[in-house]
Ligand binder design. Sequence first.
Ligand code: PEP
Ligand code: MG
Length: 583
Amino acid sequence: MERRTEQRLVGLPVSPGIAIGNLRVEARDCSAPPIHPITEEELPGEWRRFEEALVRTEEELTTLKQRVEAISGATEAAIFDAHLLFLRDSTILGKLRNELPLRMQNIESVYYAVVQNFMEVMRAVDDPYLRSRVMDIRDVLQRVLRNMQSGEPVKRALPAGEASCILAAYELTPGDTADLDRKNVLGFVTETGSAMSHTAILARSLGLPAVVAVPRLVMDSRTGSPAILDGYEGALIINPTEETQEKYRTLRAEREKAYRELMEMRELPTVTTDGRRVHLAANVEFVHEFETIRRSGAEGVGLYRTEFLLLGTDGSMPDEEAQYEHYRKLVEECAPEEVIFRTLDAGGDKLPFEPNAEREENPALGWRGIRVSLSRPEIFKQQLRAILRASAHGKAGIMFPMVSGVTEVRRTLGLLEECREELRGRGQAYDERMRVGVMIEVPGAAMMADVLARYVDFFSIGTNDLTQYTIAVDRVNHRVASIFRVTHPGVVRLMARTIETGIPTAICGEMGGDLNLLPLLVGLGATDISVGTHLLPVVRAAIRRLDYAECKTMAQQALQAEDSMAIRALSRDLALKSYPELF
Ligand code: PEP
Ligand code: MG
């Protein structure tokens, strides 16, 4: 019997909590083959299937090469030589030969893991040519896999209806995450990913412990192994010893007790010790979060991400009636508190809108956010009318994502006015006083905040995107995750500039939930903070321990600081002094 030793894999913690259960390993994207165990007797058959798939892929690639040669010439056709070479690459085949008897899983799943790992190594190489070869390798991989499954496209099989498990995957899209069977998945860990991705945000809002950016995860983990996922520290412990298990059971019990105690304070106002009121609201993605919103003591919804309505569709928003029903329900459930609807924020790293639209080289700088809405005015107006109509049933607000300047705001407000007129024409009610705001996520908008403030009632700073665009660090790229610094002085100064305009300004990015940084946000003068529901109790408790005057003095020092570490340290010191027990 194989002796199992405890193994600790480290990554980025993106959603707190501790999960204890068995691993279920999922490989990469929609082409990831399902994994199932095989017996000793099945091994030769598995090799035969694989060899046949290699031969079929070889024929396919050779035909392709000939066709390209006939159309474009030998130079272009030569790219398929590289494909063919990789297909029979002795390192890959050797690794597969070693891994298969160790794993005893269907050969395509092992081949998949081996090739994924190879691609990971290639991506890390400091040579643009080698890095660009990754796409070729992926192409070969997909062809082989398809040929092993008689040409049938492979569906991603996410765990459903199985015993509780910790999901370990190469990568999870926001759609995959939302599709997870919550009853059976205790938490997840991925090889790629970053804290600001929508997958991470969703994990937090679903209350699922999650760790991302764990190198070699798929390679090093096996379905069925007992494991502990530590969403606080960012670790996956495989085959934990009895002692480790005990330690985590205790830690989990302590954390749960502390959380219950904080929940008992949920009715208390969010006010600093010297009387500064901070409005504390929830970030919400799904209507079914009503119950959690209420239980967490949120003062309404500060950010409702309407693009999640795209889930499970072909990439188009539901019609006006369906959206209206949906928004009305949320407004009624939250009344008398306000629900701020953020209009469709699709594209870029988010859910795709019109997924077959043209591929973009730089999606984060491309067709996303308000740009999508403004280029589809009729579709945008359906959403505007649906939100306006919902406002008649309680208290609603509206805000626009990814705004970069006043021209977009003028056009948007023009469309909103047209919608009001249309509703009056139809005799449909809406709230004349519905507040209108813009998100400050683009440095250009922050620089123009004083002008934008003339047009709207409030701002909401999206620190995730504002950081991404200010310091040019992709929020979903795990390679640059460690330099994604929300306290970069450039970001903090833009935030201060926005808040100084004097109109109500919320923080709705993930920064609002960082206990270390609350003194800074309060000190800069944020009037509202909106965070995932699970964070509300602790954020409330923290703000209630802060002294506004002290925070203001510290924020002024922070605005003079030269680097992100210095700003973080200033805020963290005050946080540690004010609420050490909350860490
Ligand atoms: C943000 O960018 O900070 C934000 C709140 O919006 P999202 O994360 O949905 O882009
Ligand atoms: Mg954003």
